[in-house]
Design a protein around this ligand. Structure first.
Ligand code: HEC
Ligand code: HEC
Length: 277
């Protein structure tokens, strides 16, 4: 009998139990034991020629907004930062082939996957941070910040357009854009939605500068945006749990609705599952 059937049968058996089953499920509550606490990341700058120099977040936001029409979200995010370093240091920044990042528009060639602002930011972390743990931590922190924080916040001078700031819940271009457009009451191909992406580019670029500045001065704290849902789901489903049947850190609720059956029985059922070798 597979585990899914086992869960259904457990559900069936317990369904007669009425209120008692809730008490039972509660008694079995599985406690996540994962690392949630903010902690400082120590970071040694690498020996590479691609070192970062602290920049001004507000200036970066304006530059990113300005570059957006030349090559869209990923291109503008990346170029807003590296072009400033080119002004300070000259080569190798000065001859950076920025055009390569134009592919990231619309979630990679219009495919609707990873938001280009995030793809460009992860490329920046890849350029400046040699240590895999530090790099991955910054990527996760930025992506979780993007899912949770209401955007856009940046507003260019001389613009009359008011846009609502809404948390996008997802790092995927398709979901992020569609969710925002529905909540804002505009069409996906409206000038408001396009302006939203342009302003988001400014928001993300300035956030990346804040993060890199903090890392540079060794005052960076990771886990500031931990997603509790992800941590609780992964306590059972991830490598730390017994199920070990999924990986990732994206906001689970952006795709999965927790079924009533799952809410009530997963704890009890989890107890009955044998530890995988
Ligand atoms: C207490 C442990 C536990 C927690 C916490 C938990 N699950 Fe599960 N989940 C289970 C068990 C047990 C099953 C059934 C196992 C199987 O079918 O392999 C399951 C099955 C699933 C399935 C497969 C489809 C289904 O319903 O059978 C999905 C999808 C899923 N869980 C998503 C989630 C998400 C998303 C979260 C966080 C909101 C979460 N789970 C939290 C224990 C848990
Ligand atoms: C972008 C959408 C998306 C996100 C975000 C997402 N999932 Fe899924 N998940 C899927 C799809 C699609 C499947 C495969 C179809 C299915 O099994 O129903 C799946 C399958 C699963 C399964 C079933 C695995 C099995 O062996 O039956 C589990 C468990 C699960 N996801 C847990 C999670 C958890 C935990 C998170 C958050 C860390 C998460 N998912 C985030 C789309 C998503």
């Amino acid at each position: 009998m597979n585990r899914r059937n086992a869960m259904k049968i457990t559900a069936g058996l317990l369904a007669g139990g009425g209120i008692g089953m809730f008490t039972l499920a509660k008694a079995f509550k599985h406690k996540p034991q994962l690392d949630l606490e903010p902690r400082q990341l120590s970071h040694e700058p690498s020996e590479s020629t691609w070192n970062y120099t602290p920049l001004d977040p507000g200036t970066t936001a304006k530059i990113a907004y300005r570059f957006y029409p030349d090559g869209s979200c990923m291109f503008a995010t990346f170029k807003s930062i590296v072009s400033q370093l080119a002004e300070i240091h000259g080569e190798p920044y000065a001859s950076y082939p920025y055009h390569m990042f134009k592919y990231g528009h619309g979630g990679i060639g219009g495919y609707g996957t990873t938001c280009g602002t995030l793809n460009g930011s992860a490329a920046l972390f890849g350029l400046f941070i040699a240590d895999k743990t530090v790099r991955d931590n910054l990527i996760v922190d930025l992506f979780q910040w993007y899912e949770k924080e209401p955007h856009p916040v940046f507003k260019p001078e001389n613009s009359e357009m008011e846009l609502p700031a809404i948390a996008s819940n997802s790092v995927l271009c398709h979901a992020s854009n569609t969710y925002w457009s529905k909540a804002a009451g505009v069409e996906i191909d409206s000038k408001e939605r396009k302006e939203r992406c342009r302003r988001m580019t400014a928001d993300v670029a300035s956030k990346v500068v804040e993060m890199l500045n903090a890392l540079h001065s060794n005052t960076y704290f990771t886990n500031m945006h931990s997603n509790e849902t992800v941590l609780s789901c992964m306590a059972c489903h991830g490598n730390e749990g017994k199920l070990k049947n999924t990986a990732g850190k994206m906001d689970c609720n952006s795709c999965h609705d927790e079924s009533l059956g799952h809410t009530v029985f997963s704890d009890v059922h989890y107890r009955l599952i044998k530890e995988k070798p």
